[in-house]
Ligand binder design. Structure first.
Ligand code: PBE
Length: 316
């Protein structure tokens, strides 16, 4: 013990003498020693890490049905950002299944994504930044009817003028649908559990007496939720309701031509802008049924890029 202390003291003294006699002032020394460490060490450590980091690669964006506005927006994004990726056509259900598989295997995946959608509650996901604003900003979802519905079925039209809901409300229905695909039964159960709200939507004199109402939808989760809830209210009131899943273009054109009564899934002002331009004069925009919708490109949070502008760095 004592010996060690003595040695340490001796060493300190010797060092101090050495510094003084070699002219290395204490001010110079730390600079000489630390500079190379500061400059080189982080560079040495980080460079290979950057190169090794990608544990996957991207070759395509998993899309949905070709008529969806988000598919056209994604084509635009591929062009605007010069992305070296393809866009895969699929459907909401198949895209979400792909997303699930990728997440189970911790693989990278980019999907066409939007809110409201139950996938955000089920997985840790992030929207990629879109500095060129190709996907636009906040959207609203509108109910669109054929011309003449108001005259033919005033109480149905009034129900549509009243129908609107929040993120929590549509979210609850989408969650039920994600667990169990009996959409009609889920809508009926949700109505039972939200009777007060639903009663506020139902106008006096909503009585179907077997009259036919034709509703169109595309099988997007949000549309399945809203369409089935409105359809269940109408069925309960005695209407003979038909819900027909179609392509987005057919949904818009059929309502414009008066072949169907209404739909609850027009995404405006951006996603369905081209449909609105084409058919807007021949349909009736009844009301906004949901506010705060959004579209974009979505990835699991573990994917190492945050911006659409960086995708090409990770393309295989
Ligand atoms: N969506 C969901 C649709 C509208 C609803 C965003 C996928 C689209 O046309 O892109």
């Amino acid at each position: 013990m004592f010996k060690n202390k003595l040695m340490i003291v001796t060493l300190i003294l010797l060092t101090a003498f050495a510094l003084v006699f070699t002219g290395c002032g204490p001010a110079d020394e730390p600079a000489d020693v630390e500079e190379p460490v500061d400059v080189e060490e982080p560079a040495d450590v980080e460079e290979p890490a950057d190169v090794d980091e990608p544990e996957g690669s991207i070759s395509e964006i998993t899309g949905i049905d070709p008529g969806a506005g988000i598919m056209a927006a994604t084509e635009d994004a591929i062009e605007v950002y010069g992305l070296n990726v393809g866009l895969l056509e699929s459907s909401d259900a198949a895209m979400t299944a792909e997303l699930d598989t990728a997440i189970q295997n911790e693989e990278w995946i980019i999907v066409t994504g939007w809110s409201p959608h139950w996938k955000f509650a089920a997985y840790d996901l992030k929207y990629l930044e879109d500095p060129e604003e190709v996907f636009g900003g906040e959207e609203y979802i509108a109910t669109i009817a054929r011309t003449g519905l108001e005259e033919d079925h005033p109480a149905v039209f009034e129900l549509l003028e009243n129908f609107n809901w929040t993120d929590d409300e549509i979210g609850a229905v989408m969650d039920m649908n994600a667990q169990d695909s009996d959409f009609e039964a889920n809508a009926e159960q949700w109505i039972e559990e939200n009777r007060d709200l639903v009663d506020e939507w139902i106008p006096e004199g909503l009585e179907g007496n077997g009259e036919e109402i034709d509703i169109l939808l595309v099988e997007w989760d949000c549309a399945l939720a809203s369409t089935n809830v409105v359809a269940a209210i109408l069925r309960e009131a005695g209407f003979d309701v038909t819900m027909t899943p179609v392509d987005a273009g057919v949904m818009w054109s059929s309502i414009a031509e008066g072949d169907a009564d209404f739909m609850t899934t027009a995404w405006l002002p951006g996603t369905h802008a081209s449909y609105m331009e084409q058919f807007g004069d021949d349909v009736v925009e009844v009301r906004t049924n949901y506010e705060g919708a959004r579209i974009g490109l979505v990835v699991p949070t573990y994917v190492p890029f945050d911006s659409i502008a960086d995708i090409n760095d990770y393309v295989e």
